[in-house]
Design a protein around this ligand. Structure first.
Ligand code: GLC
Length: 739
């Protein structure tokens, strides 16, 4: 063969062989996930491996670095082809914008990179598909948790998963599993309340429902966050130091994470703050010790946003970013949410080259990340799967949002003011009375909540929802009653009404933007409340807030009070349905409503404390009444904690309306070498009863589960003595005498 031709043929044949070799040796489809992962790792360069550990905000690859989902292809190729980025997060837009954007960006990863490893995309869909213009907006978790209804949590999680997953958003940074002990903490509303048992059951239910396969071969990842101790900063301000004894961490803060990991949570996000003097991101005790070793978690651990850098800049716990990166990887992180900088990959490469981190340790993280991507079905289905998952229709989504709010809103007080009559002359006012933004709260299309014009068009406000139920609504835009004209306007309107419906609380905020120094309402709202009460007309307070702002000064004079938290797009209609009596409220407080500005405690306080509250945990009224009777316990003396105990009791609807009641069983361990709470929730169930209907409930317990508690090492201990079970106002004792 002519030599000149040979010159051209040889390289081409070589290229062809290489191409065939690579494309068929990426991994064998027939092999197991572990084999595929190992096969890929064996082919990856160090840079490609570290890229998989790097998560970048989409705002780094959009046109003009804006929020609009328009791809800057050059920036995207630089991130994916040069920095080998394996994950992106955050963005906001329509379904169509998400689908086209994610298809474009995923195509670069799948078709233009050497190994075609698909991207995994993270989003904060913490109360519905809240970064999708057409997304369902459910109540925030503090509201949902007051439903005490696991099935409701499962339904909202499943609908969110469908609406999210079909767009190609694989990784949801939810649920928040913090224990809301500190009413000042600005992320109080993102939690399921103050009780570890309630948070455990609702959090694990969310995880299980969210991670279900939404098609035969595609599922989603939830993210148990923020591990651990984030929710109880001493100052009450976001990301400030928490000092929580290890025994309390194990007993109160760990259970929701343990339950969520037992439910299969695929990922965990760390707490940005510091606990007991250690930034969590570099804490071997908390990450390696408690999460990896004690809980046995071998899934992906993600930092919170730019948190390796925060170890240097916020915590001063490392001299520079290289040291902080080493400490974080040594502690056990797998993915750095680097967000707006590409330094992480370069720093990690230098650390490996210096021998400060082994490539073996890098492989450990990459193994977890690739396993996650295989488990989700990303390699087979990297692109949006709108053809496989039908979009839930708007009516179904909206009705689900209304129902979620109806089941969760808490009737705190009702001096026969509610339900209101259809033709009552109602004065409606307050900051949230004609607002969609403040009913939906933050994390709605925008981090702090989008402006009114971007809120769901079909969503009513409380004003428009009430106008459908009542014939005489006089809506008054919140007057500035620091001015005489404002006061006159309000007083004139008060004269012309039979009843005032007043929305009070907090405008939407997020994270550190919600730091406050005083739990009282702001001055203008306090004046508004006082003026309304001084009119001697019945006043119905609608609390729209992320945390329990103090209403002690007005509570006694209020005719009725509803706690709605941030009730979501269905909130206005749900509130109107409750005010009109169409819906009988059934929510119960998932937290203690404080009476005082500086003294707050949880219901599971220690015997040496007093329990100060305006409304206690579990409080919530109905338009009917329920009576508990005939509490019976199967044994009053047991010698073996594995011997099941059963408790039965009757609940009767003694009123004239059908209604739902959440029964709660509490238990007290009367003597403990580590002081025991005066009571703790050990079971709850929501039942529906018609007037005069009685239901007998029978609940079985395993004493080894409910009688035990953790010591400072996380070991479970059970001590002999008396245990009292409480249901309503009834109690029964059982003695444990282990041999
Ligand atoms: C935030 C939050 C975290 C969220 C992340 C990505 O700072 O702390 O909960 O998932 O950034 O948006």
């Amino acid at each position: 063969m002519d030599k000149r031709i040979q010159i051209y043929i040889k390289p081409f044949v070589l290229f062809l062989l290489t191409f065939v070799l690579i494309s068929c040796t990426k991994y064998q489809n027939s092999s197991s996930t572990d084999q595929k992962v190992e096969s890929l790792i064996a082919q990856m360069t160090l840079e490609e491996k570290i890229g998989q550990m790097t998560q970048i905000c989409f705002s780094m690859i959009t046109e003009g670095r804006g929020k609009k989902l328009v791809l800057d292809k050059q920036a995207a190729r630089d991130a994916i082809l040069n920095h080998h980025v394996g994950s992106f997060l955050s963005g906001t837009g329509s379904e169509a914008e998400w689908i086209s954007f994610l298809t474009e960006v995923q195509r670069i990863a799948v078709e233009e990179t050497r190994l075609g490893i698909p991207l995994i995309i993270g989003i904060d869909h913490i109360h519905g598909a809240n970064y999708v213009n057409e997304g369902v907006i459910f109540p925030h978790n503090i509201t949902l948790s007051c439903s005490f209804d696991k099935d409701l949590i499962a339904e909202t999680a499943s609908l969110t998963a469908k609406q999210t997953g079909r767009l190609g958003l694989h990784w949801n940074f939810a649920p928040v599993l913090g224990i809301a002990k500190n009413p000042y903490w600005p992320r109080f509303y993102e939690t399921y309340g103050e009780d570890p048992y309630l948070c455990s059951l609702l959090g694990s239910t969310f995880v299980d429902a969210y991670q279900q396969n939404i098609t035969n071969n595609f599922s989603l990842a939830a993210c148990a966050k923020h591990f651990i101790g984030y929710s109880d900063p001493v100052s009450g301000w976001d990301r400030t130091p928490a000092y929580i004894p290890m025994q309390t961490l194990y007993e109160d803060f760990l259970p929701p994470f343990e339950a969520s990991l037992n439910a299969g949570a695929k990922t965990v996000m760390l707490n940005s703050g510091e606990v007991n003097g250690e930034p969590v991101h570099i804490s071997e005790t908390l990450v390696q010790g408690m999460l990896r070793n004690h809980l046995g978690f071998d899934g992906v651990i993600l930092t919170d946003i730019k948190d390796i850098l925060k170890v240097v800049e916020m915590h001063s716990a490392a001299a520079n970013e290289e040291e902080a990166t080493k400490l974080s990887i040594d502690a056990g992180i797998d993915v750095s949410m680097a967000c707006d900088a590409f330094r992480f990959p370069g720093i990690v490469k230098v650390l490996v080259q210096k021998g400060k981190i082994t490539e073996k340790r890098i492989d450990q993280s990459v193994r977890r990340i690739l396993k996650l991507k295989f488990d989700l079905g990303l390699f087979e289905h990297p692109y949006p799967i709108t053809d496989e998952i039908a979009r839930p229709d708007d009516a179904e989504l909206y009705q689900s949002a209304v129902k979620a709010a109806e089941e969760s809103i808490v009737l705190l007080k009702n001096d026969d003011a509610l339900p209101l009559t259809p033709n009552a002359r109602i004065l409606l006012t307050g900051f949230a009375a004609d607002s969609k933004k403040h009913m939906n709260g933050a994390w709605t299309f925008e981090w702090l909540g989008a402006e009114e014009e971007r809120q769901p068009e079909s969503m009513p406000t409380l004003k428009t929802a009430m106008q459908k139920k009542f014939t005489q609504i006089n809506y008054l835009e919140t007057p500035d009653i620091s001015s005489t004209s404002g006061v006159n306007e309000l007083e004139s309107a008060l004269k012309r009404c039979d009843v005032v419906v007043l929305t009070i609380g907090e405008k939407s905020y997020s994270e550190f933007k919600g730091n406050i120094n005083d739990l009282n309402l702001d001055e203008n709202q306090q004046r508004l409340c006082r003026t309304a009460i001084n009119s001697n007309k019945p006043v119905v307070f609608i609390l729209v807030e992320g945390r329990p702002r103090l209403i002690t000064d007005f509570e006694n004079d209020a005719s009725a009070i509803l706690f709605t938290g941030y009730p979501g797009m269905g909130g206005p209609e749900a509130i109107a349905n409750i005010l009109s009596g169409q819906i009988n409220p059934s929510g119960k407080l998932s937290f203690t409503y404080p009476r005082n500005v500086a003294h707050h405690s949880t219901y599971y306080h220690k015997p040496s404390e007093s329990y100060e509250f305006l409304y206690p945990f579990g409080h919530g009224l109905s338009y009917t009444q329920f009576e508990y009777s005939r509490l019976f316990i199967s044994d009053t003396l047991i010698h073996d904690v594995s011997q099941p105990l059963s408790i039965s009791f009757d609940v009767k609807n003694t009123g004239s309306k059908e209604g739902k009641e959440t029964i709660m069983i509490f238990m007290r361990d009367c003597v403990g070498t580590i002081t025991r709470p005066v009571k703790k929730l050990v079971y709850f169930e929501k039942i529906n009863l018609k007037p005069n209907e009685t239901e007998t409930l029978q609940v079985q317990f395993k004493p080894k589960n409910v009688f035990s508690y953790s010591n400072a090492s996380g070991d479970s201990r059970t001590e002999n003595g008396e245990f009292i079970f409480m249901v309503g106002t009834q109690e029964e004792s059982v003695w444990l005498k282990q041999k």
